[in-house]
Ligand binder design. Structure first.
Ligand code: APR
Length: 177
């Protein structure tokens, strides 16, 4: 049975089949978690990204993981928050859903996500967490483990409280069925 794990840490250290990167559409690296992943993984990842040229917002691509302990990296491009009126929620949902589908297509059964779009792209953390965990709940039985890696203690507390609310709702639904 699949598990959802929420933890605080640096995603570059995760020993999973695949980690997800919060990339931008140029796929040339950047700051935040993107910078950390490219620095830790090394040149082989950047050169594979460069060959792919670009990736649209809400989409994702897969590369090797260079020096990381993970086997693969999925580079997902989250939306820039601009008030919520430009389809940001659907685009962020697509990032998670397509990353999970791409992992399954490659037979990768353990996956770790950062909080996509909630840093430089300014997506409100609580709303983003709901989207991330909703997708986690929908896919969890297809994976051995889905890990959400929070960089800060504040983000960890938000993920934990949203998780508890959703897990209670899920139990109520199962109980009434
Ligand atoms: N491990 C896990 N999470 C991390 C790490 C790390 N090593 N470093 C940063 N984070 C967290 C941030 O604290 C934030 O919660 O990742 C989350 C996403 O923040 P960003 O990295 O800024 O990503 P995003 O908001 O999606 O913006 C993407 O930033 O640098 C660029 O190239 C990237 O242009 C793209 C943009």
């Amino acid at each position: 049975m699949g598990k959802i794990i929420i933890k605080q840490g640096d995603i570059t250290w995760e020993e999973v089949d695949v980690i997800v990167n919060a990339a931008n559409s140029t796929l040339r690296g950047g700051g935040g978690v993107d910078g950390a992943i490219h620095r830790a993984a090394g040149e082989s990842v950047l050169s594979e990204c460069i060959k792919m040229d670009h990736c649209l917002t809400g989409e994702c691509v897969i590369t090797n993981a260079g020096r990381l302990k993970a086997k693969k990296i999925i580079h997902a491009v989250g939306p820039v928050w601009s008030g919520g009126t430009r389809g940001e929620a659907q685009l962020l949902k697509n990032c998670y859903r397509k990353s999970l589908e791409l992992a399954l297509a490659h037979n990768l059964k353990t996956i770790a996500f950062p909080a996509i779009s909630t840093g430089a792209y300014r997506y409100p953390i609580e709303a983003a967490t709901e989207i991330a965990l909703t997708q986690g709940f929908q896919f969890k039985e297809k994976f051995d483990c889905i890990i959400f890696v929070c960089f800060s203690r504040d983000d960890l507390a938000i993920y934990q409280s949203v998780y508890e609310r959703m897990a209670n709702d899920e139990n109520k639904t199962l109980g009434s069925g």
